[in-house]
Ligand binder design. Structure first.
Ligand code: BGC
Ligand code: BGC
Length: 622
């Protein structure tokens, strides 16, 4: 090749990665993987041709089941989808069980089958670390821990199991994976992000999509995945004024040029598209002051036209409400920007009416509605939902393996692979199983709720012992040591004197989006006190951190003889004991840079003045 042409091609490639939105990427693996959906167009278009406008807008509407005034409203408004928001399950507490959830979802599905065209519902849920809303499900480590495990095969396997447990309840769609690249740990959703590093997010996000969707979406053990939150949710800027007004980093503004947005935040969507992801959720956040939910360039020009996304866009929970004071205007802006389905709480009647009016008034074109509905029906068809010979109800045989020992074994493995050994003075770890007494302290030692964190049973999660089938770290320690070893426990750290070794389990209390934003990243005083009390006993101390992100450690590294970041490991505490007692070597490597202090934030690998407490990739072994 003549050097002149080589240079030309190089320049063309460079502009592809940079700013040229009009480049034809149809030869890309991402765009060609998306073409799979086009195979379902014939079925989708055939159905579309039979639909009234009322039936079409119904397909575009997704209320939270908990806000339905009457389940028959599914028929009345021809609803195409429902969701269970965090903790939105059967209203009667006694039915908040595997059985109750399954009955609830099937009952809704039967209403959809009663409509004129009988189009089944897509039913969405946040199965973000297992089927985490349902008691008895296996709860996997949150994504930050999987980022430290750095094992795409494991992520895929976890997603396969999650899909199977979701399917057991009749649900066919999970709002996962989150492919955020969290750049500032003060963000309360940091634990939902695999890493501050885009490459790691791209690889693991792709593996999660593969696992959830399986080899084939029509496989009865697959669920539809959803890459979220498009785009730049993890890059929102810290502004002290906003914090003082009570607004954190969540739902904020990502301020950067387009090349930076593409370089850091876009890649996870490209790999998710390549894995065939069928849905994408635009972010509550903004890019340079414009809300992603209203961003026609990002949604339509970039994602659909340039990258070839052939599935559909689901707006985030009531996200369109933030676009304008007038709700009808909100709908107009969102649909015209490219949103195909709208997630909302209870405004479904208004939404369906207003959207029909917008079409009648020429403010939203029928072509845009037809495009949105074609996309939705395409995805439904790919899932096998338009196949009348396959009723869309739960396969209750799957209840037998729900939360099974085999599923838990994979979670346990994920826990041990996700642990990061930060320090280990004088070979404090691994511990002996035959010590005469091990004294355990800290509120996290025997609290499954804290071990699982947010998005567990409820939206924000909570402390306590409400996660059936799980193993706390304290129980795991007792399970592991010899029968002659005494394991004593005092939450406040008292009574340690004379023990061979002390284990203190401290960390963050459960939280999720919004409520989890933190300007200080400090640990509760109660936890620091328990550690100080243990310290007085002058025995070797192992500190285990249950945390959704690197927190500011202060004196802790000086007080601890060994320090382990266990993140939010989920229901299988045995995986922590596996590493503590040396049955497995620690192999986890930090997927985040651990900051020294808050004033240093944001700190990310590649910064020119990079000087974290523990660098990205840090992690000791024995
Ligand atoms: C979150 C999403 C989630 C949705 C449904 C929103 O508040 O931002 O991540 O999928 O709720 O629960
Ligand atoms: C729901 C969550 C949702 C949030 C949005 C909550 O009530 O349970 O799923 O993310 O509202 O604000």
């Amino acid at each position: 090749m003549k050097p002149k042409y080589a240079l030309f091609i190089l320049l063309a490639l460079a502009s592809c990665n940079g700013l040229a939105p009009t480049v034809d990427r149809s030869a890309d693996p991402a765009a060609s993987a998306q073409k799979v959906f086009l195979a379902y167009d014939a079925a989708a278009k055939q159905l579309l041709a039979k639909m009234t406008l009322e039936e079409k807008v119904g397909q575009m509407c997704q209320p939270d089941q908990g806000a339905l005034k009457d389940p028959a409203d599914i028929e009345k408004y021809f609803l195409g989808s429902l969701l269970s928001g965090g903790g939105s399950g059967p209203k009667n507490q006694a039915d908040y069980t595997l059985q109750g959830w399954t009955d609830m979802v099937d009952a809704y599905q039967r209403h959809a089958l009663n409509t004129r065209l009988g189009i089944p519902l897509l039913y969405g849920v946040d199965a973000v670390h297992g089927h985490n809303n349902i008691p008895g499900a296996v709860v996997f480590p949150h994504q930050i821990g999987l980022g430290c495990a750095r094992n795409p095969e494991l992520v895929e396997q976890i997603a396969r199991i999650t899909a199977e447990e979701v399917r057991a309840t009749g649900i066919n769609w999970s709002f996962a994976p989150c492919v955020a690249v969290a750049r500032d740990e003060r963000w309360g959703r940091t634990y939902e992000s695999y890493s501050e590093n885009p490459d790691l997010v791209q690889v693991l996000g792709e593996a999660a999509v593969r696992g959830l969707q399986g080899a084939h979406l029509a496989d009865p053990l697959s669920v539809m995945a959803c890459a979220k939150h498009y785009v730049g949710d993890g890059g929102t800027a810290y502004a002290s004024a906003a914090w003082n007004e009570g607004r954190g980093l969540d739902q904020g503004d990502t301020r950067c040029d387009e090349a930076t947005l593409r370089r850091i935040h876009l890649g996870g969507y490209i790999t998710a598209l390549r894995a065939g992801v069928g849905t994408v959720m635009p972010s509550y956040s903004s890019w340079n002051g414009v809300k992603c939910t209203a961003h026609k360039y990002l949604l339509t020009d970039l994602l659909k036209d340039e990258l070839g996304f052939a599935g559909f866009l689901i707006s985030d929970y009531n996200a369109i409400d933030h676009l304008d004071p007038d709700y009808k205007k909100c709908i107009e802006i969102a649909i015209n920007a490219g949103i195909d389905m709208v997630m909302l709480t209870d405004k479904y009647a208004v939404f369906c009416r207003d959207l029909q009016e917008l079409v009648a008034e020429g403010r939203v074109s029928l072509a845009r509605i037809d495009d949105a509905v074609t996309r939705i029906l395409r995805v439904k068809s790919a899932l096998g939902l338009l196949d009348k010979s396959r009723p869309p109800l739960a396969d209750r045989r799957l209840h037998r393996t729900f939360g099974s020992a085999a599923h838990r074994a994979v979670a346990r493995r994920a826990v041990r692979e996700s642990l990061v050994l930060l320090t280990n003075e004088r070979h404090t770890l691994p511990l002996s199983k035959t010590a005469s007494r091990i004294h355990v302290a800290g509120v996290g030692a025997d609290d499954l709720g804290m071990q699982c964190g947010g998005w567990t049973i409820s939206w924000q999660g909570s402390m306590g012992d409400h996660i059936p089938g799980g193993t706390s770290i304290l129980t795991a320690i007792k399970n592991t040591v010899s029968k002659d070893t005494a394991v004593t426990y005092a939450q406040d750290g008292s009574g340690a004197r004379g023990a061979d070794v002390g284990i203190v389990v401290i960390g963050e209390r459960p939280y999720a989006e919004m409520k989890g934003d933190s300007a200080e990243l400090s640990l509760p005083q109660e936890d620091l006190d328990a550690l100080a009390t243990m310290k007085q006993a002058q025995i070797p101390l192992v500190v285990i951190l249950l945390t959704g992100r690197p927190v500011i450690l202060g004196e802790i590294p000086a007080q601890a003889d060994a320090l382990v970041a266990a993140w939010l490991p989920g229901s299988e505490g045995q995986g922590v004991a596996d590493v503590l007692f040396g049955d497995f070597e620690p192999t986890g490597k930090l997927s985040y840079s651990w900051p020294r202090c808050v004033s240093q934030l944001p700190v990310n690998v590649g910064d020119s003045d990079y000087d974290p407490l523990y660098p990205f990739g840090h992690g000791l072994s024995y």
